[in-house]
Design a protein around this ligand. Structure first.
Ligand code: AGP
Length: 589
């Protein structure tokens, strides 16, 4: 899963490709590269590491066309050799996706004398294009993709041919139409400010792109027209402001994410209500943080709309032969709207007759295209790989949905969201997680514990900490501690308890006792009156949050655990914005 970009036209192709790669870096950042038509030459540059590493090598080029790639390794370690483009003969290729039958194809090609120089699945594409090329790269592309199984968005160029050739299947590819120049890219944000119109290619499509125009073919190589719609991606101010990292900046944007999301919800409310008519069962699905938001959404639908709700991790859901009726609503939650597991889960649900509702921070994504109704998350662009403001935006959107399905009008509940935003603002302003972060940074394991809604946020706190600080740990239901996890507790572990529901506070305090009496280090994040007094004296860290209704507390505890994870990562000198081995958007299964 990676980002790809292509440019052809009168501008500086190397610069355009470089800028596009910078905007696509969230899709992967372990290596990057480009292939450029520079006069009569085909110049290929590829480097392990971030996109910036390319700059010194491409700065002086006067290329008229180029293709670029930013990688998140699936097959083959991050290295210069495994970076894209892959070049065979005079043809260079970039690929996003996974070629599932690459091993068989490689064996056949090797038997024919091909010499492979990388460990990637993608290199087979370059060999096949070279093998099938007889003066027509469009034809070679068709013959090549006929051999491929799996997912792909491919761009190819050949020395001496002023064209970019593209093909895609189950990996996104869009065309951007400029004036005397044209683009193609994995997604719309890569083309922000670059062109006014875009087309989204269908699965199986091919495109032949020149400076003068674009011809799109379907899988039978018949020329087709794909709708051109306005490019909605805007060049937002994506600077860091006075923050050292995007993660901190984006945590500070949590209140805005909540208010903007609820404002945007007003426009989606009627369509959502229509999609929910007659629904008697809800399944919420997503991956990672989005799944954790779904866990809270489930409880909101149960509490307010009184509709039975379940959650399923999207990557599991597809393989369970889910039982779905026409009165089942499947809510797919995804920041990017491009997560392959979630998109495929939504597709499956739709195929089985469910109403599919997408809750997404992307205005135009694969998930939006699959869904019957879209509930927007208006968190704004999230750069940091670790989701923060998009999570609280998702939770706000799901709460707004539950209210609407329960029959409350938008106006009736608008004040609730204003209140959440204000309280989150107070937490952001006042929280001091530094000393607890120091303790976590020195620990062997950090366990986040809570009950009911606090448990859902405990899972998210644990994921956030692992993701950006690499300190191991787990999120656990506080009541389950005594059924096994307690065996892990010793003086080198930290247990962080979330306690925001008065009904459960006493029982959670018992669990704190169980930890400290076994020598474990404990911390408590709470907003329940009287809890600090009930805790054993040796609880070293107590983070107090403003009081609120229990169903609103996840917004506040989320900000607290996000801040704790951020501080811990910084103490350990990790890059919280680009954690190792990860990518923001996971477009492979
Ligand atoms: C969150 O911090 C993670 N980076 C990850 O779990 C993410 O939430 C997950 O990959 C789902 O992404 P999506 O919301 O774009 O579908």
């Amino acid at each position: 899963m990676c980002g790809i970009i292509g440019y052809i036209g009168g501008g500086n192709a190397a610069r355009e490709v470089y800028q596009g790669l910078k905007r696509l870096e969230y899709r992967g950042y372990d290596s990057a590269g480009g292939a450029f038509l520079n006069g009569d030459e085909l110049v290929v540059v590829k480097k392990q590491g971030r996109v910036e590493k390319l700059l010194p090598f491409i700065d002086g080029l006067r290329a008229t066309a180029g293709i670029g790639h930013t990688r998140w390794a699936t097959h083959g370690a991050p290295s210069d050799g495994n970076a894209h483009p892959h070049t065979v003969g005079d043809i260079s290729v970039v690929h996003n996706g996974i070629i599932e039958n690459y091993a068989e194809l490689k064996s056949e090609l090797v038997a024919d004398g091909a010499v492979f120089v990388s460990d990637t699945d993608s290199e087979v594409i370059a060999h096949l294009l070279n093998k099938f090329y007889d003066g027509d790269l469009a034809y070679a592309m068709k013959k090549t993709v006929d051999m491929l199984e799996g997912s792909y968005a491919i761009l190819a160029v050949r020395r001496g041919v002023q064209r970019i050739y593209a093909a895609c299947n189950k990996s996104p590819l869009i065309i951007g139409y400029g004036d005397g120049e044209n683009f193609c890219a994995s997604d719309e944000p890569a083309l922000a400010g670059k062109c006014d119109g875009i087309s989204v290619l269908d699965d199986g499509d091919f495109a032949e792109i020149s400076a003068e125009g674009v011809i799109i073919y379907d899988g039978d190589m018949q020329a087709v027209i794909r709708e051109i719609s306005p490019n909605l991606a805007v060049c937002e101010n994506l600077g860091l402001g006075d923050c050292p990292h995007y993660m901190l900046k984006e945590i500070r944007e949590v209140p805005l994410s909540v208010t903007q999301t609820v404002k945007a919800f007003a426009g989606a409310e009627q369509k959502l209500k229509a999609a929910f008519a007659g629904v008697d069962r809800i399944i919420l699905t997503g991956c990672g943080t989005a799944y954790h938001a779904a866990l809270l959404g489930k409880r909101y639908f149960e509490i307010f709309a009184k509709i039975p709700a379940e959650t399923e991790i999207a990557s599991e859901f597809r393989y369970k032969n889910p039982v779905i009726g026409k009165n089942t609503a499947v809510i797919a939650v995804s920041q990017s709207g491009e997560t392959a597991d979630t998109v495929e889960a939504a597709r499956l649900a739709r195929g089985l007759g469910a109403r599919v509702i997408a809750v997404t921070n992307s205005r135009r994504s694969q998930l939006n295209r699959v869904a019957d109704a879209v509930v927007p998350v208006a968190a704004g662009v999230e750069i940091c790989v670790a989701a923060t403001k998009s999570y609280t935006g998702q939770v706000a959107a799901l709460l707004a949905c539950a209210f609407a399905v329960a029959g409350y009008s938008y106006a009736e509940k608008a004040g609730v969201f204003g209140n959440i935003a204000e309280l989150c603002g107070k937490v952001i302003e006042n929280i001091d997680a530094s000393s607890l972060a120091h303790l976590c940074s020195r620990s062997r394991g950090v366990y986040f514990l809570g009950r009911d809604l606090d448990y859902a946020v405990a899972l998210e706190g644990s994921l956030k900490l692992k993701e950006i600080s690499y300190v191991p740990g787990e999120g656990y239901p506080a009541g389950e501690l005594k059924h096994g996890t307690l065996a892990l507790i010793d003086e080198n572990t930290v247990s962080v308890f979330l306690i925001t529901d008065e009904r459960l506070a006493g029982k959670c305090a018992n669990a704190v006792e169980q930890v400290v009496s076994r020598g474990g280090r404990a911390a408590v994040i709470t907003n329940v009156n009287g809890v600090p007094e009930k805790l054993p004296e040796c609880v070293e860290h107590i983070i107090l949050l403003p009081e609120c209704e229990p169903y609103l507390a996840p917004f506040l505890t989320a900000v607290a655990v996000q801040t704790l994870a951020y501080r811990t990562a910084v103490i350990l000198n990790r890059d919280p914005d680009k954690p190792r081995n990860l990518a923001k958007s996971v477009t492979v299964e």
